[in-house]
Design a protein around this ligand. Sequence first.
Ligand code: NAD
Ligand code: DAU
Length: 352
Amino acid sequence: MKKTILITGGAGFIGSHVVRLFVNNYPDYLIVNLDALTYAGNLENLSDVENKGNYKFVKGDINDTLFINSLFEEYKFDGVIHLAAESHVDRSISNPLEFIQTNILGTMNLLNSARQIWKDNTEGKLFYHISTDEVYGSLGSEGFFVESTAYDPRSPYSASKASSDHLVRAYFHTYKLPVVISNCSNNYGGNQFPEKLIPLAINNIKNSKPIPIYGKGENIRDWLFVEDHASAIELIFNKGKVGETYNIGGNNEWTNIDLIHKLCEVMDKKLGREAGESAKLITFVKDRAGHDLRYAIDSSKLQEELGWKPSLQFEEGIEKTVDWYLANQEWMDNIISGDYEKYYKEQYEGRE
Ligand code: NAD
Ligand code: DAU
């Protein structure tokens, strides 16, 4: 194998799309997927590549310092694409400590191990840290996040991601560790855990359950199809300049209420319901604490310097997404038959 690449969090939503893309596009690289299989990790996401000769799954926790050291010693990775994280804002509000542990201390373990094995030669090595636009805080009705926007995280999740970004940059400046960071907007697509707005709403619409909209549904997110995020990650991994940050976004802003109306329209069509039927399920519930009003990404640096462009318009992406969930009911059933019900009750019961 020409290179050995570690992808952390590869059993999760975005990670599984990144693993698939690398396993398929780089038959001469060994792709090692390290994942602790928390509630969000699901090897079913990767059933189509699990038997490929250039793919290896390792179950393990990035918080386990000795284990991470020994994994790096064993594989002598040439590159790391770090996605493993606690990723859901609502969970960070009810249980912030796990976010500090995994997102900050887990990232530290990976940085330390990479530094250790690359100490004599960093030629051709890269530590690629996957981050979020939420580190920049919340926008008013105007403006966009650019790479130089000052950090202003406002939830335990975004604060933990901001902290990990700072550490990654600190290792670049202090120890000359070859790093690159990207900050992406909201992803949507197949394989997303149904705690997040779009798969949660699809599942509820399908089952004629209330669709919970926080506050008045006026908050704005900038949605990107997950495979376009994966293609941006591939490009940045290959062509990104060491030490740089790249913003990734779909230039596709929606208020939550408009997004859900659009989704209801698509679902009515797909399920053969009368127009307007699914929208009757919309239910306004108590707002998320500290709910950021608006995220919007300016990705012109990535587009102009590296030539990236999203491949899909939202209308096409949301149809593909709905089709994926409708065709993969068993995937959804396996998730919602577990701890999900308990989580759902804690988050939503009595919130109306
Ligand atoms: P996810 O929650 O779907 O998946 C996270 C994965 O990490 C899971 O497979 C989980 O098992 C694994 N994991 C968690 N803790 C771990 C630990 N201690 N050790 C090893 N593995 C562990 O998350 P996602 O939505 O796919 O996000 C992936 C990354 O992309 C995160 O770093 C997130 O901050 C970032 N991001 C997400 C979005 C988005 O819209 N989902 C947008 C921008 C950036
Ligand atoms: O911006 C990138 C971030 O996008 C990622 O870093 C996070 O990992 C990812 O979870 C996502 O964060 P959000 O908080 O924006 O995503 P979520 O799907 O949880 O919520 C999207 C919007 O919908 C947000 O304004 C809150 C709202 N919402 C969410 C849920 C789950 C509702 O109105 N009702 C809901 O039930």
